[in-house]
Design a protein around this ligand. Structure first.
Ligand SMILES: [Zn+2]
Length: 429
């Protein structure tokens, strides 16, 4: 007998209505009508059920630090980096842990159950790495947290970064980061990519670099990242985060670059909220959007995810842990309005980042872990359009968060008394 049966739900791939049976921590059956009664049942009347949202690019050591020690007056990327440099020496273990745990609470409430966080390892005290390792352990029963050793101040540019990165990896961080465009010269940037990929090959770790987060079309470290991936046999295990310079690159050059990225099976993580607000800052008008070439990279067969990057930190004062907000911005900035692109935008905050993070047992099929989110929407487009509420968040078969549906009471003559925005659809006529 199943412990829990979800009745009459739609799935993101268009299947539905179907029922989902869960026994213990896993899905046992997905079928149009499951005969067995569950110990508990949820009758969901055509709501969308998705595997959890996944954020493949975040900074959990900086989140919720807005205003510490001061606000970013210009709102620019470079002042954000400078401000983080001011804050970093005063960071303490307890504060880092508390802010991260608070963010994880918010994430869970939004059905976001897997996060890859970059962890700045520039300060040799490594208080950030220590704190985030503790957080990874404390949340592991409800949230998969992957940690990237990220030399924010530059692997060669900051004198103690190389040793600190190695120590952070010895402490148990999961992924190797980098920031080649922030090194002093292009040559140093390329050398950092080569050395970090070599370390990844030696240690058997994946790579995820901040790469070419710039409007400079000559920032071409992604090319080196792809080539070093191939040279070190790391195909399918390396991600390029941001890649915003690709927006501004010459089309002829890109026609050669994308096939190389495909050969390397390079993963791509764009960050629509951050890229649209931080790039193009040296432009007057027209202002470039600064998001990488998402539809073209998807078309080429690469796995592309949308990340949240920042929430209430030195770089971005907004954000809410809502990957549907991220997807909605992605749809607009990358003009993903075709029927297929709208589906791809939903995949970019669910299945694609799950693949990049290598999550096991992710999905809605028998044998998958029963990690599910019930949305107040019928399909992925509606979920993005409404940034729909997460009515139930289920982890390993157990409901860990519940939110009431958003229903507005109306007092209008001759109109209904209640409004559920997810039921406002174009009339059949
Ligand atoms: Zn980032």
């Amino acid at each position: 007998m199943p412990d829990l049966v979800l009745r009459d739900v739609n799935l993101p791939d268009g299947r539905g209505p179907v029922d989902i049976a869960i026994a213990g921590s896993h899905i046992t059956e997905v079928a149009p009508e499951i005969a067995a009664q569950g110990t508990a049942e949820l009758n969901l009347a055509g709501r969308l059920v998705t595997p959890p949202f996944v954020d493949a690019h975040f900074h959990m050591d900086a989140t919720l630090s807005l205003g510490m020690p001061r606000l970013n007056r210009s709102g620019t990327l470079l002042e954000g980096i400078a401000l983080w440099g001011e804050l970093r020496p005063s960071l303490k273990h307890e504060g880092l842990v508390e802010r991260a745990l608070r963010y994880c609470d918010l994430a869970v409430s939004r059905g976001l159950l897997a996060i890859r966080s970059h962890v700045d390892v520039s300060d040799p005290r490594l208080v950030t790495a220590e704190a985030l390792i503790e957080v990874r352990e404390r949340v592991r029963h409800y949230l998969d947290l992957q940690l990237v050793a990220f030399p924010q101040d530059g692997y060669f540019r900051a004198p103690k970064a190389r040793a600190a990165l190695e120590r952070a990896l010895d402490m148990g961080l999961d992924v190797i980061g980098g920031i080649p465009h922030f090194e002093r010269t292009s040559a140093d940037g390329a050398a950092s990519v080569a050395e970090l990929c070599r370390i990844a090959a030696e240690r058997g770790l994946p790579v995820d670099m901040h790469c070419d987060e710039s409007d400079d079309p000559m920032s071409r470290h992604v090319e080196t990242l792809a080539m070093e991936t191939i040279r070190n046999g790391l195909q399918g295990r390396v991600a390029g985060s941001h890649l915003t310079s690709m927006h501004s690159m010459d089309n002829y050059y890109v026609s050669k670059l994308i096939p190389l990225m495909v050969e390397a099976q390079l993963h791509v993580i764009a960050n629509p909220l951050i890229n649209i607000s931080l790039q193009g800052r040296h432009d007057t008008y027209p202002k470039r959007r600064g998001l990488t070439r998402v539809p073209e990279l998807m078309e080429a067969g690469l796995t592309v995810a949308f990340g949240h990057d920042c929430v209430m930190d030195p770089w971005y004062s907004m954000g809410s842990g809502d990957m549907l907000e991220v997807a909605q911005m992605g749809v607009h900035v990358a003009q993903m309005t075709s029927v297929i692109a709208r589906q791809q935008a939903f995949d970019a905050v669910t299945t694609n980042p799950a693949r990049i993070m290598g999550l096991q047992g992710y999905g809605i099929a028998p044998g998958c872990r029963a990690d599910l989110v019930v949305l107040q929407a019928r399909d992925p487009l509606e979920a993005i359009r409404l940034r729909a509420r997460r009515l139930y968040v289920i982890r390993a078969g157990r409901i860990i968060a519940e939110t009431e549906p958003e229903i507005t009471r109306l007092s209008l003559p001759d109109r209904g008394a209640e409004l559920d925005a997810s039921l406002i659809v174009p009339p059949a006529d």
